[in-house]
Ligand binder design. Structure first.
Ligand SMILES: *[C@@H]1O[C@H](CO)[C@@H](O)[C@H](O)[C@H]1NC(C)=O
Ligand SMILES: *[C@@H]1O[C@H](CO)[C@@H](O)[C@H](O)[C@H]1NC(C)=O
Ligand SMILES: *[C@@H]1O[C@H](CO)[C@@H](O)[C@H](O)[C@H]1NC(C)=O
Ligand SMILES: *[C@@H]1O[C@H](CO)[C@@H](O)[C@H](O)[C@H]1NC(C)=O
Length: 390
């Protein structure tokens, strides 16, 4: 029994001695000293919980929100506007304050995305709801007074109610709404950066087809019936207009040409077979345009574009003209046994005919009548011949 306690005491002694020896042993030292930035980062972030809003729960965090437009692109068939922009957010993080004198005068530090708390501002009318993280993972600038500046480049896709009635001279207005997903206006309040009322466009790369007419950015505060707290939202409107010179060349000029061609078919003599050929050509041109439009303009329930209505109505007119020409040709080319009824002939050779520009035919008719009269005078004996000539 006694020997056992001695052994255990010895064991404890050895453990104490050698254990103490190992702890006092000097390990390899790093050959570099921690910089002020390293120390600051360590001091700031060691006990930082990035999921907790960095202020008391009863205090408000004010987030300043700004936007710089870089590029945009409209997909008419999906009614989606894709906006490339730089968002600017500024807020104060009370857990990230320090005294620059303690860190060799260091007054600003860069922290990586997801190292500290960031407001959950999302686009409400996003067209791609599965990919909510619009923002690129860029770093934050953190200043000594706890101010955080974050400028992430981002790409938003929004649903936009398009009106293509005046295509290709249309203007579209699309709205983006940003707000906090989980915090109400009591906890996170939004403000406009620099009091801006329009979206900055200094860095814009213009789209080939669209130009920006107008932009607006403003804040709205909503109160719902259910809850007393306000819900704040930043709305950004973009009004764009289509650049139409190329469309003018491709669509509007041919439209005038088609009008003139359709009129030209009426100026051809009534018995000219070329009318059918001309009308056929116009019909082919119009159907080609209609095909082009179905490729270019989405089928919209509410607003059909006027240019499509114009071309399809031209198609109707061409078809009617074609049928009219066929009837006229049939009348003029077939041999008829009975003369033109007096009720039709009388007004058409009178003043109405003059108004309708039928002078040539009236003169022809008169000449014919005169020659018939002479002919009848000469050959009174054979009235059968007379009938077949006149
Ligand atoms: C680290 O700091 C110590 C003491 O301040 C100094 O002696 C040493 O030269 C420094 N080492 C480097 C690599 O700066
Ligand atoms: C937080 O709220 C308290 C009480 O309303 C107020 O006294 C204090 O100044 C607020 N702190 C900040 C940083 O706004
Ligand atoms: C922003 O605009 C509001 C109202 O228009 C005004 O009261 C405020 O002083 C402006 N702030 C700055 C920083 O210009
Ligand atoms: C922004 O767009 C929406 C929807 O198109 C419109 O109701 C609103 O009046 C616009 N606001 C401004 C300031 O243009």
């Amino acid at each position: 029994m006694q020997s056992l306690t001695i052994v255990s005491l010895l064991f404890v002694f050895f453990v104490e001695v050698f254990g103490g020896f190992t702890t006092t042993k000097v390990g390899p030292q790093p050959i570099w000293n921690a910089t002020h930035t390293d120390k600051l980062r360590q001091d700031l972030l060691l006990n930082y919980d990035k999921f907790a809003r960095p202020t008391q729960h009863y205090n408000q965090t004010i987030v300043k929100f700004g936007m710089t437009l870089r590029h945009f692109d409209l997909n008419e068939f999906k009614s989606q506007l894709t906006v490339h922009a730089w968002i600017r957010m500024v807020w104060t993080d009370e857990k990230l304050k320090w005294n620059p004198e303690d860190y060799g005068g260091l007054s600003v530090v860069r922290l990586a995305d997801h190292e500290i708390w960031q407001p959950d501002l999302f686009l409400y009318n996003s067209a791609t709801s599965t990919a909510v993280g619009h923002y690129a993972n860029t770093h934050f600038l953190v200043y000594e007074n706890g101010e955080v500046l974050w400028v992430p480049p981002c790409q938003f896709t929004i649903l936009c109610d398009l009106n293509l009635k005046y295509w290709p001279f249309d203007e579209q207005t699309c709205q983006m709404g940003f707000g906090s997903w989980t915090y109400s206006g009591d906890l996170i309040d939004l403000e406009l950066y620099d009091n801006q009322s329009t979206i900055e466009q200094e860095l814009i790369i213009e789209s080939n087809e669209w130009k920006v007419l107008d932009t607006a950015i403003y804040k709205t505060t909503l109160y719902y019936k259910c809850c007393p707290e306000p819900y704040v939202k930043i709305n950004a409107n973009v009004t764009i207009a289509r650049r139409s010179p190329s469309y003018r060349a491709v669509i509007i000029t041919p439209a005038f040409a088609i009008i003139v061609l359709i009129l030209a078919t009426f100026w051809l003599p009534p018995n000219a077979g070329e009318k059918i050929i001309l009308n056929g050509c116009i019909a082919v041109i119009i159907s080609m345009f209609l095909l082009y439009f179905t490729q270019k303009i989405p089928a919209m329930g509410s607003h059909t574009s006027l240019i499509m209505i114009f071309y399809s109505n031209c198609f109707y007119i061409v078809c009617c003209t074609m049928i009219g020409s066929v009837v006229v040709l049939w009348i003029s080319k077939t041999k008829h046994t009975s003369p033109v009824p007096w009720t039709i002939k009388k007004p058409l050779t009178g003043t109405l005919g003059k108004w309708l520009g039928l002078n040539v035919y009236i003169q022809q008719q008169e000449k014919k009548a005169l020659s018939c009269f002479i002919f009848a005078d000469l050959t009174l004996k054979t009235p059968n011949v007379l009938v077949s000539v006149c």
